[in-house]
Design a binder for this molecule. Structure first.
Ligand code: SF4
Length: 398
């Protein structure tokens, strides 16, 4: 189980596996080989609840069950509602589909010009390079293809994806995702990044990965060297709860930062995991201490079988309201909904602009106090001809 460390309040993930030689524990191959993948293995450590037991029985028909020993160790075995446990131990509710849920909630399949490459925004693409992850999140947006439990039969085709980007000069930004791109062998990753970096019009390469959280041992000096070789390579990690910010993760983030990788974090708002302001504040503060900028807080997508983990949108707004102005601006992520069906990310904010008229903008601060900001320049009202034709919805002109 996790424990506080002598070096401050960073948790450590070794606990139960003290008997394993240090070299094995720190070896990412060993971690992968020794993943917990069956209910029987889990029950060596704690008794599954009836809902979890039934969930585990069906898990491999929906999204594989796999947890690295390192991450498993963060579970509080005595607490059925442990936020780490809720993220990775299947429950029977996963097998229930609510009317609003979808297999492909972000409409990715309809925007794939070649298999595995989603081109939805004009200048950027999402490149799915593997269907494997170090561990599987029970709310995964891509559970239709990740781990291949649903027979999606996804075979990432690097060559086709690379050729598509090469022949589309409007693409200046690629996000490598999956599955988890850092699960690729060094040689493959080196090849992929090398090919992408050789494309002149491709300015921005970024990787979305939960490896630093599930398997910080994977962040080896060799991996860091590859990332440095093709710099700048940006990375979004995925931590949802402060307990995930262990000493091991902190050290992995430190290695990445020293290799020149700018780090951001994407969290998903999850019921019983991080749907309260206090937990989220503890998470974002720890992230900043690890040199990771909280980037997005996602409303959980309407993925099939996720109802038991989805928090209300208003919870997310309440959390942002409790962060903005109450802590460092760098600590406040943008709350977004990935518009169902393929509309892209839409920022969702508490209402800070109350009124806009020809003379002024009336704004509200974090304490609820109202302020007026004059729109006059040199005492003159703005020229109506220069006013934007379409004001954003929700603005009040009186
Ligand atoms: S790491 Fe990402 S892709 Fe993999 S299961 Fe979790 S959310 Fe899905």
């Amino acid at each position: 189980m996790s424990s506080e460390t002598s070096r401050g309040e960073w948790y450590q993930g070794r606990g139960l596996w003290q008997h394993v030689p240090e070299d094995d524990w720190k070896n990412w191959g060993w971690q992968l080989k020794n993943r917990i993948t069956t209910p029987a293995e889990i029950e060596k450590y704690f008794t599954l609840s009836p809902a979890e037991k039934r969930g585990c029985a069906f898990a491999n028909k929906k999204l594989a069950l796999a947890i690295t020993p390192y991450f498993f160790n963060l579970i509080d075995f005595k607490d059925e509602d442990c936020p780490i446990r809720r993220q990775v131990i299947p429950r029977i509710e996963e097998m229930e589909t609510s009317p609003e849920e979808m297999l492909d909630p972000c409409g990715e399949d309809g925007n794939m010009p070649v298999p595995g490459l989603v081109h939805r925004y004009p200048d950027r693409v999402l490149f799915l390079v593997t269907d494997r992850c170090a561990a599987y999140c029970r709310y995964c947006t891509r559970s239709r293809l990740v781990s291949n439990s649903q027979g999606y039969d996804f075979h990432p085709e690097f060559e086709q994806g690379i050729r598509y980007i090469e022949s589309h000069p409007e693409v200046r930004d690629v996000l490598l995702s999956g599955g988890d791109p850092l699960l690729l062998a060094d040689r493959k990753l080196d090849y992929l990044l090398g090919r992408l970096r050789a494309i002149d019009h491709l300015e921005f390469i970024r990787i979305g990965s939960r490896i630093p959280i599930f398997l910080p041992q994977r962040v080896t000096p060799e991996l860091c060297e590859i990332l440095t070789k093709y710099e700048p390579v940006w990375m979004s990690i995925h931590a949802n709860h402060p307990k995930e910010c262990t000493l091991e993760v902190k050290e992995a983030c430190d290695r990445l930062a020293r290799a020149g990788v700018p780090l951001g974090n994407q969290s998903v708002l999850l019921k019983g995991v991080n749907d309260d302001a206090e937990t989220m504040k503890a998470l974002v503060h720890r992230l900043l201490r690890m040199r990771v900028r909280p980037y997005y807080l996602y409303q959980c997508d309407l993925i099939t079988g996720s109802a038991h983990l989805r928090a209300d949108v208003l919870k997310g707004l309440e959390i942002i309201e409790n962060l903005r102005g109450h802590t460092s601006g760098y600590a406040v992520p943008q709350f977004v909904i990935d518009a169902p069906g393929g509309g892209g990310k839409v920022p969702i904010n508490p209402e800070y602009v109350k009124v806009v008229n020809d003379d002024e903008v009336v704004i509200r601060n974090y304490e609820g106090r109202m302020f007026r900001y004059s729109r006059h320049v040199g005492g003159v009202q703005p020229d109506p001809a220069e006013q934007p034709e379409q004001l954003p919805a929700g603005w009040i002109l009186d």
